[in-house]
Design a binder for this molecule. Structure first.
Ligand SMILES: [Zn+2]
Length: 259
């Protein structure tokens, strides 16, 4: 469940694509990078948390717990997979804003961002997965990056480091095409989970993704408001199958997504 479409504030913020920067927006502390990393860093973002339960199924399943469970399974699979590393935006039951989640990813140097959610509908018969990526956000052309004017920041040791500074609401703009490809591939692999929901694989001005400086997708793996899907999603078998499908997509698309 995702509340609200794109809030197109023309507020100048920055998203720093620099691994050494600790998230300044209140997200969890980011581990310092250790040496040269050749593996792909996947940021898995369990939706909701804390006093925001997200959708709640008729049987009482809370979206925030389901997303964390699947995110943890996905991380375990990725950590066991050569060539991948994974971090979660939250490890426990806490509330984070969309910008805190994006800041965590940008600060850690995330190369792919996957936000996981379940869905809800007033109609108990609505079912199916939906996978979204961002479509054009507002802003003048050429507003995406200002690398030429990137400031030099002092570092603890060694020479000052130049960082890429983006307007926060344009961070995802240059990754939209790759994110859409990622979403399409996920859609094909999710086809066995009861088929697509009303939106299927779609593009929209998704507020949770705008500030992420890497290809980002929002995966809603079923409708908790549907009794059958709630029961299926609560099983270990389905959760692992979902995590495996995401790993397969990452394996297949990484050469195109991470360059
Ligand atoms: Zn949600």
């Amino acid at each position: 469940m995702v509340r609200g479409a794109l809030a197109c504030a023309v507020v100048l913020g920055v998203a720093l694509a620099w691994p050494g920067w600790t998230a300044g927006l209140g997200a969890q502390a980011v581990p310092a990078p250790v040496g040269a990393q050749t593996s792909v860093l996947v940021i898995v973002d369990p939706g909701h948390g804390g006093d925001d339960p997200g959708a709640i199924g008729p049987g009482g399943t809370e979206e925030k717990a389901l997303t964390l469970s699947i995110a943890q399974r996905l991380r375990a699979l990725l950590q066991a997979q050569p060539g991948f590393r994974a971090l979660l935006t939250r490890e426990d039951d806490r509330r984070l804003t969309a910008d805190q989640r994006a800041a965590f990813s940008n600060a850690a140097g995330g190369q792919v961002f996957i936000s996981v959610h379940a869905n809800a509908s007033p109609s108990p018969t609505t079912a199916g997965f939906e996978i979204g990526s961002l479509i054009a956000v507002d802003g003048p052309p050429g507003d995406t990056e200002s690398v030429d004017r990137a400031p030099l920041l002092p570092v603890a040791s060694g020479p000052p480091r130049r960082v890429a500074v983006l307007r926060w609401n344009r961070a995802q703009a240059s990754h939209q095409a790759l994110a859409a490809m990622l979403a399409e591939d996920l859609g094909r692999r999710f086809a066995g989970f009861g088929g697509p929901g009303p939106r299927g694989v779609y593009r929209a001005p998704l507020r949770p993704l705008v500030a992420v400086a890497a290809p980002a997708v929002l995966v809603e793996f079923g409708y908790l408001s549907n009794n059958d899907e709630e029961l299926a999603l609560a099983t270990e078998e389905r959760q692992i199958a979902i995590a495996q499908a995401i790993v397969q997509t990452l394996e297949a698309t990484t050469p195109m997504v991470v360059r």
